[in-house]
Write a protein that binds this ligand. Structure first.
Ligand SMILES: Cc1ncc(COP(=O)(O)O)c(C=O)c1O
Length: 372
């Protein structure tokens, strides 16, 4: 990839992802077109088997998005009206949205200052007789303390649903995320580590009956044609996206390693600045869907990057309990770590195709903030 010095360096660049496998992707799309089978056919079932093998889970069910994956998982686990679900306030809105959509209430607890994940230390204090589940998010590509959360769920006989939407291939204690909970939801939104050419999602589970229920829920509640046993949805992963994902799955380890190398380069080039670089829990493998730093001067960093035509993003500027759609239910909730992180975080471009010269340019622009 050659880049003119005046080109904008985007936050993520999906235009070059097909340089290596573009031909194969076109071939598999063409094969789907030739087959004339676009919905729930051989590519979806083959992808489900291949992805289940990769993630080392028993069941995998393709659905239309990560949001749907989480919502269908909640429904299949019978979580609904009057239930409480403990979750993180530092995530994309979808995490809390789906809890509300099924009629349950998100109970937000503070995050760990180093990993930005739901802190297992705060969870037990908010468990009540209404608590039905814990839904941690493995934020930015790093697992939460999922073994501890799993122990808490077992102790209190509540469900564990992993929001793995940002963490395809991330590992904790030798196991890939998604394998710990009663269910896990993945997103194949194009900028994810495993991204489709449009929307897509996946539910994984160790329970046969949950997998069966999700297969029905994604297809209008039908077990067999014209037999609608559940109140379902149209939430199918389509054949073209499944075919593309099968091709891309072959490169996931290489691409995740490349992201890890880019993160290491940033760590080296940003060393000794008054910023906090991402903490990597030694018990896991972070797959860097985002490379997020903390700085008192994050606005100056964003300006310095912009003046060099470099994009950056604030994930997330507003905690979920303070979002207009949620805040009426939490007027007095104060979560100090989350609130501090939302004021200081800034994410830098990271994607497998990001070149060394760009990493250097980004890091040099950040350095200028502290040299003035
Ligand atoms: C943490 C988290 N949860 C849920 C979702 C929803 O996934 P999708 O966009 O595929 O519906 C996302 C996607 O951005 C996410 O980052």
């Amino acid at each position: 990839m050659t880049r003119d010095k005046n080109d904008i360096l985007p936050f993520f660049d999906l235009t070059h992802q097909d340089e290596e496998i573009g031909e194969e992707i076109l071939r598999c799309i063409h094969n789907v077109i030739k087959s004339g089978k676009f919905i729930l056919d051989e590519n979806v079932s083959a992808f489900e088997s291949e992805v289940a093998e990769y993630l080392e889970v028993e069941f995998a069910v393709g659905v239309a998005s990560g949001t749907d994956a989480l919502q269908l998982a909640l429904i299949a686990l019978d979580i609904g009206d009057g239930d409480e679900v403990i979750t993180t306030p530092f995530s994309f809105i979808a995490t809390a949205e789906v809890i509300r959509h099924v009629g349950a209430k998100p109970i937000f607890v503070d995050i760990d200052a180093r990993t930005f994940n739901l802190s297992a230390d705060h969870v037990e204090a908010v468990i009540t007789d209404k608590t039905a589940a814990i839904m941690p998010v493995h934020i930015f590509g790093q697992s939460s303390d999922i073994t501890e959360l799993s122990t808490i769920c077992k102790r209190h006989n509540i469900k564990l649903i992993e929001d793995c939407c940002q963490s395809f291939g991330a590992v904790f204690n030798g196991e890939k995320v998604g394998a710990f909970g009663d269910a896990g939801g993945f997103s194949f939104y194009p900028s994810k580590n495993l991204g489709a050419l449009g929307d897509g999602g996946l539910v994984v589970t160790k329970h046969k009956e949950v997998a069966e229920k999700i297969r029905m829920l994604r297809n209008h509640g039908a077990k067999s044609p014209n037999q609608h046993e559940l109140l379902g949805f149209n939430s199918r992963l389509d054949e073209i996206q499944a075919a593309v994902l099968r091709e891309k799955l072959k490169n996931i380890d290489k691409n995740n390693s490349r992201r890890r190398k880019i993160a290491q380069r940033y760590n080296q080039l940003l060393a000794n600045l008054p910023i906090v670089i991402p903490y990597e829990d030694p018990g896991g493998i972070h797959i860097f869907n985002q490379y997020t730093i903390l700085s008192e001067q994050r606005d100056d960093i964003a300006i310095a990057l912009k003046s060099e035509n470099i994009a950056s993003a604030i994930y997330y500027p507003i905690p979920l309990h303070k979002q207009p759609v949620m805040n009426k239910d939490y007027p007095d909730l104060v979560l100090p770590v989350t609130e501090d992180v939302t004021k200081r975080c800034i994410s830098l471009p990271i994607y497998p195709e990001l070149q060394e010269e760009c990493i250097q340019k980004i890091s040099a622009a950040i350095r200028t903030v502290f040299e003035q």
